[in-house]
Design a protein around this ligand. Sequence first.
Ligand SMILES: CCCCCCCC/C=C\CCCCCCCC(=O)N[C@@H](CO)[C@H](O)/C=C/CCCCCCCCCCCCC
Ligand SMILES: [Ca+2]
Ligand SMILES: [Zn+2]
Length: 260
Amino acid sequence: MPSIFSYQSSEIDWCENNFVRSPIIAEYYNTISNVCFFILSAALLHLNWQYCQKRSVPMYFISGIFSMYFHMTLSYVGQLLDELSILWTLAVAYSVWYPRAHFPRCIKRGHREKQFYWLGGVTTVITTLMSFIKPSINAYALNCIAFHLLYLTWRELKKCDDQRVHRMAKAMVLWWVLAITSWLSDRWLCWLCQAINFPYFHSFWHVLIAVSLLYCFPLVMYFDVTYEMPAFTPKLGYWPSDSWPIVVPYIALEEPHKQC
Ligand SMILES: CCCCCCCC/C=C\CCCCCCCC(=O)N[C@@H](CO)[C@H](O)/C=C/CCCCCCCCCCCCC
Ligand SMILES: [Ca+2]
Ligand SMILES: [Zn+2]
């Protein structure tokens, strides 16, 4: 029986052909494309330095390290680490940022906060256990989180008339649609990708989801400042400048009153 650490012990094998460009890296482009998680999370921390000084931001580049290991080995342990790091980053992000205004109504009013954290904790533990049984199904469950984020974004945007925030949300959704299309294409249309000699859609997924998060995090920070830091007004800036066609948004904190 192969070890859970051994090469290709995972039940998932992505579309890219294995060991074509290197004898020690199973999926070469799927491995190196994870570098974008390190670059873009560094950019995120740098541009949003004011916010990061005041609040802790979940370090999603850790998922990039495990994802690299997974694609390099295609091992069962690599797959578990990849998925569990995403799951736990999401759990931390929800516990830090989930707006109290959107706590589910089904939990009792007086104890809402405590019960919400219990609910989140139990869900995370169950999903963690499920990862050991059927990690390939778990990847779909993780992707479904995006639909909940879309729902939360839609509810927040209804209350917000800052057009810059709407523009940021639209960009996030656009990049996410491109990302999830690439992920699904790699999983389901591999025969077609092989036929056209382009089995690289999973590498595109890495880049596109990292770009989508570059818009998602400032959006979440914007609403967090609005709700949780009444002493500041979140001001949305664009790097390198407003007039560029492709821009990176960031949050600056200003002292007077709020907009949304
Ligand atoms: C109020 C809550 C705010 C939450 C903010 C979002 C926190 C993001 C947390 C985690 C970062 C995810 C990093 C992705 C790493 C991808 C590694 C990878 O490619 N793994 C694959 C195998 O190599 C695996 O098959 C992928 C599984 C699915 C991962 C799904 C991640 C969902 C992240 C949601 C992003 C939302 C973006 C915008 C939504 C409209
Ligand atoms: Ca492969
Ligand atoms: Zn991947």
